[in-house]
Write a new protein. Structure first.
Length: 80
């Protein structure tokens, strides 16, 4: 179960990007400098991403900047 709508949308975008670039979850986690366990929790919507992960996502995948900004906007409004 997703923590919020904002979390669900971000999780789907992140998982979609990982699949699109053809990386295993462990490879993607290493690239984003988080543990595989933490990435799994994010991609399944059981945890909210932290600032470190959001920053690393934008640094590695600038095309996900809109999703990160949407997550930040929506999560600050209580997850709409």
């Amino acid at each position: 179960m997703f923590k919020s709508h904002a979390t669900a949308l971000f999780a789907q975008a992140l998982d979609g990007k990982r699949v699109a670039v053809g990386l295993k979850r462990s490879e993607f986690a290493k690239q984003l400098d988080v543990s595989t366990t933490f990435l799994t929790l994010i991609e399944t919507g059981r945890r909210d991403p932290g600032v470190k992960l959001l920053r690393n996502v934008v640094n590695h995948y600038p095309d996900l900047q809109a999703e990160v900004l949407t997550y930040l906007r929506d999560s600050s409004k209580g997850g709409i």
